[in-house]
Design a binder for this molecule. Sequence first.
Ligand SMILES: C[S@@+](CC[C@H](N)C(=O)[O-])C[C@H]1O[C@@H](n2cnc3c(N)ncnc32)[C@H](O)[C@@H]1O
Length: 267
Amino acid sequence: MSITGFIYNQYRRVATGLLRRRLLKQSGPERLERGDWGRSLASPTEFYLDCFRFFHQRLAPELREHRHYFEQERRGFGEDAMHVMWFLLFREFKPASFLEIGVYRGQVVSLAALLARLNGIGCLTQGISPFSPAGDRVSKYERDVDYLEDTLLNFRHFALPRPELLKAFSTDPAAVALIRSRQWEMIYIDGNHDYEVVCKDWAVCSESVKPGGIIVLDDAGLTTMYKPPLFATGGHPGPSRMAGEIDRNQFREILQVGHNRVFQKIA
Ligand SMILES: C[S@@+](CC[C@H](N)C(=O)[O-])C[C@H]1O[C@@H](n2cnc3c(N)ncnc32)[C@H](O)[C@@H]1O
């Protein structure tokens, strides 16, 4: 790393810490109800900061501990506020099936299993991922991780039931057949971020989610009013562009937490 890069990173680390501390001096909302979700679309930055404060000030310790575990040793991406988004979605919809495209080391698919347990619901948790360092135009992943074994290890760490995992790219015939094999209640798209692939993922998932079901699109905030704070990102061009092309006669946008956007299939 160059000396300029090193100094910039140090500056960013300190500035981020100060900003987080300053934000947490203010209290966040005591509750985040379904009626508040409209605000996430009208004032996405304000709502994101509410979720960030809610995470640190109100969220159940088991969920904060789960996030903390995945922040260690580069086990996961995401942001604290996203755990609040999944908490809200599981509390509201109590899905009986959850599909994640792009598992990495299992942060979100294990969070789904944990939230199912905390909400007392039986939920089929399915992941589709190459379980390899396969990246895309905007992402590179570590080479020396056994992604499949690591995901299973992370499930065991939280004593969660073993998930269903398919080792494949989402566009492989076996993956497409699996996606089409049922009417999913909740789908999370976070695999390859290239526009062409996100479009293919959306096409098959939008047909395979049940009416009233949910699709969460990661990294899709660049084309919204959301202005990420220093410790967050607005997303990537591919998913952000695709989100702008979603047929609003078929899907209603119901929630945005940072760069994650939530769409409900109109029944
Ligand atoms: C950003 S990471 C996902 C992070 C994960 N959702 C989480 O919250 O921890 C993207 C993952 O998608 C995988 N991936 C890349 N191309 C894919 C594809 N075509 N289908 C499914 N997964 C893909 C990558 O190898 C990586 O594990």
